[in-house]
Design a protein around this ligand. Structure first.
Ligand code: ADP
Ligand code: MG
Length: 373
């Protein structure tokens, strides 16, 4: 990302948005113990804004005077960042708004983006409070890199933007079922995986994608020129957010150059655009922040419980892709479409539940500025 890196001026003014309920409910204590003094000593002027409910942050950034802030920093898990990104892209001035650098200070139970950013820095893995401190130090350096976003279409809700993952099957079920173990922090995913393994399901559906190799690499939007607009897939909200040039409407057949996966019985489908699915799950070891790829992983039905458990254990070090598991497929794509056949189920975007049913996605390279980097 070196070519597209920039540095915020000193001193800098940041809005720090916090979800006090995130993780074990100790975000404010973590801020007082680890973050406040660090930012002050680094000359980062910041205003702490504590959210009162879900979607509060989304509404705040939708209305905010962004000229007052050099960056918006999220202290929470991935869920609050999801709100902020979508709030920015719902603004009439989304093209300007999405250039506001965003930052993350992990205090949630799902801190996948923070773990990814720490991983890109080349440092060896750390967890929980050490990960928070690492991200705090990186934030103080004020380096801004680019990060891909993925637009997500479902049948009847407005389009969403995603920075991390789209999941269906085993991973989505674990993510949502494990919410009830929030009090154990990041360990909730391990517990959830073991519980789900005991009642392993098969998920039926049709999966198709546009291979990354079929196109010239997506170009990054340049910092100064407006984002390119194409007309093939206007968004429902007409003018907000970049248009999706690779997608046809969900009720129309797939474009002819897409690959349709032959199998229709799956254990999981996971589309990743950053390296980590959780603090200790390196699901897409080859991913970088703005490579312009969706890293698509799916596991076909027929895998044994033991083999699936081995995959998740190997994922802690990112070794699952080299275990020669016959049921695991991974490939890089620019866009995908999933049509689940079963009437009920869970689909998650960045760990949040979205409308269940047909879903499609397209990557937008380097759409958002991100720090720490
Ligand atoms: P965690 O990693 O602990 O799940 P998140 O940042 O993902 O933390 O937040 C969990 C959920 O809480 C998200 O859906 C987010 O939108 C929502 N949320 C944000 N602010 C608040 C708040 N003040 N009270 C309750 N829920 C909130
Ligand atoms: Mg979360």
């Amino acid at each position: 990302a070196g070519a597209s890196m920039s540095v915020l001026s000193r001193p800098s003014r940041m809005m720090l948005l916090m979800n006090p309920q995130s993780g074990k409910g100790q975000a404010l204590t973590l801020y007082n113990n680890h973050i406040q003094r660090m930012l002050n000593e680094a000359g980062v002027t910041h205003t702490l804004v504590i959210t009162e409910r879900q979607n509060h942050a989304r509404e705040l950034v939708k209305e905010a005077d962004l000229s007052q802030w050099d960056a918006l920093v999220i202290m929470s898990g991935d869920g609050l960042l999801f709100e902020v990104i979508n709030g920015l892209l719902e603004r009439p001035d989304w093209e300007e708004a999405i250039r506001t650098p965003l930052g993350i200070l992990p205090s949630g139970s799902g801190n996948a983006l923070a773990a990814s950013i720490h991983h890109y820095s080349g440092a060896s893995p750390v967890f929980s409070e050490e990960l928070l401190v690492s991200c705090g130090f990186l934030l103080c350096q004020r380096l801004v890199a680019r990060m891909d976003l993925v637009s997500i279409h479902v049948a009847s809700s407005p389009r969403l933007f995603s920075f991390l993952s789209l999941a269906w099957g085993f991973v989505a079920d674990v993510d949502i079922e494990s919410e009830k173990y929030r009090q154990v922090g990041a360990a909730r995913f391990t517990i959830g995986t073991l519980v789900r393994l005991a009642s392993l399901h098969i998920y039926k559906g049709k999966l198709a994608y546009l291979p990354a190799s079929s196109l010239a690499p997506a170009s990054r939007p340049s910092k100064d020129s407006p984002l390119q607009r194409t007309e093939s897939m206007p968004s429902r909200s007409a003018t907000k957010g970049p248009s999706d040039s690779l997608l046809l409407p969900l009720d129309q057949p797939l474009p002819s150059d897409w690959v349709v996966v032959q199998e229709e019985d799956f254990v999981l489908m996971l589309a990743m655009y950053q390296s980590h699915l959780a603090e200790d799950l390196l699901a897409a070891p080859g991913a970088t922040s703005d490579d312009g790829f969706i890293h698509l992983i799916y596991v076909r039905a027929g895998i044994s419980r033991t083999a699936l458990l081995k995959l998740f254990l190997a994922m802690e070090k990112g070794a699952h892709l080299t275990t020669n598991c016959q049921h695991l497929v991974h490939t890089k794509v620019r866009a995908l479409r999933l049509e689940p056949h079963s009437p009920k189920g869970i689909i998650t975007v960045d760990g949040e539940v979205v409308e269940y049913g047909p879903v499609q996605a397209e990557v937008h390279r380097g759409l958002v500025g991100f720090m720490p980097s």
